[in-house]
Design a binder for this molecule. Structure first.
Ligand code: C2E
Ligand code: MG
Ligand code: MG
Ligand code: MG
Length: 292
């Protein structure tokens, strides 16, 4: 954010930098208050099987409700949260809240669903990450087999040794690891080679271009073939119309997510999507609730 002046190497401060610093400080304050006042909100975007459109799970997407009631999207606050170290407590809050909600759906009699959570690279590098995940699993009772952590390519390139270790430990806990926004960074293929991931999420920019552009189509085809040959599950994000869905299904993409199926929605709206409510008299979940 600080620019070097080419000629004499003096740092040249410009008005927009002052604004950036001020805005950053303002946002940091908003984030600290939001943690205390429970202003973070989770939305959920359904993921479905490409072929049958049967419900598969949800991706958890974070929002911040400001005091004036506006819902901020992550692009407005995650970068600041990362740069001031608040992403660690915020990220832990997200994991806990998502697990609690997952258990709440089960208590209400729905079958367990897959829950996918975005994790910042800075969380992976924080010392307390693994122990905090273990605590959350224990305290909420969430089954790790129903959890996926989505990690973007760009965050795992640097400090790859530490990150590799943490990813291996996540896998040992029984949580799946997905590579998010696949294809947009320069090291996509080495990430596939070097990290034990199970799910590949095709970035929405490729999905958008595959219909309009012959090359775009071929690239998606190639990505899907790589994923298949490595036995990875494939999720396409940003699917907005039936043409995209049909092409992806034809090419062998298993799961899709996007406005065509649903925008990110709140926990009550998710209930309408949830698969077969468990029959009351067969449900061990209901039994366990009644014992309490
Ligand atoms: P992402 O993980 O790649 O999530 C997909 C983004 O695409 C979401 O934006 C979603 O609302 C949007 N999207 C879904 N379907 C469509 C579609 O059909 N068309 C278009 N144009 N967009 C679609 P959102 O919710 O604003 O999140 C943006 C990014 O913020 C996420 O990208 C993720 O990287 C990050 N993020 C979200 N929640 C969290 C979180 O809890 N922790 C961290 N560290 N990052 C998060
Ligand atoms: Mg994601
Ligand atoms: Mg993504
Ligand atoms: Mg993305």
């Amino acid at each position: 954010q600080v620019k070097h002046n080419g000629k004499n190497n003096f740092l040249k401060f410009e008005p927009h930098m002052v604004n950036f610093q001020q805005n950053k400080r303002k946002m940091e304050k908003i984030l600290r208050e939001a943690l205390v006042n429970e202003q973070f909100v989770l939305l959920y975007q359904p993921q479905v099987y490409a072929g049958t459109k049967r419900f598969y799970g949800v991706e958890v997407l974070l929002r911040l409700r400001t005091e004036s009631g506006v819902m901020l999207t992550p692009d407005k606050f995650i970068p600041v949260a990362e740069s001031v170290g608040l992403i660690v407590p915020i990220g832990a809050w997200v994991i806990r809240a998502a697990c609690e909600q997952g258990m709440e759906w089960i208590r209400r009699g729905y079958d367990p669903i897959k829950i996918s959570i975005n994790i910042s690279g800075l969380q992976l590098k924080s010392i307390q990450f693994l122990s905090s995940v273990k605590n959350i699993l224990e305290e909420t009772g969430m089954n790790p087999a129903n959890l996926t952590f989505e990690i973007t390519e760009s965050t795992i390139i640097d400090q790859s040794y530490t990150v590799l270790h943490v990813i291996e430990e996540i896998r040992k806990l029984g949580i799946s690891v997905a590579i998010d926004d696949f294809g947009i960074s320069y090291s996509s293929l080495s990430v596939l080679k070097n990290f034990p991931i199970e799910i590949l999420k095709i970035d929405k920019s490729f999905v958008r271009e595959m219909v309009t552009d012959e090359k775009g189509y071929k690239i998606v085809n190639a990505i899907i073939n790589i994923a298949k040959s490595l036995d990875l599950r494939i999720v396409a994000e940003g699917v907005e119309d039936s043409t995209q869905l049909e092409l992806l299904d034809e090419l062998g993409c298993q799961f899709i997510q996007g406005y065509y199926i649903s925008k990110p929605i709140n926990e009550h709206e998710v209930s309408k999507f949830l698969p077969h409510r468990v029959a009351l008299n067969h449900s061990h979940y209901i039994d366990s609730i009644q014992e309490k």
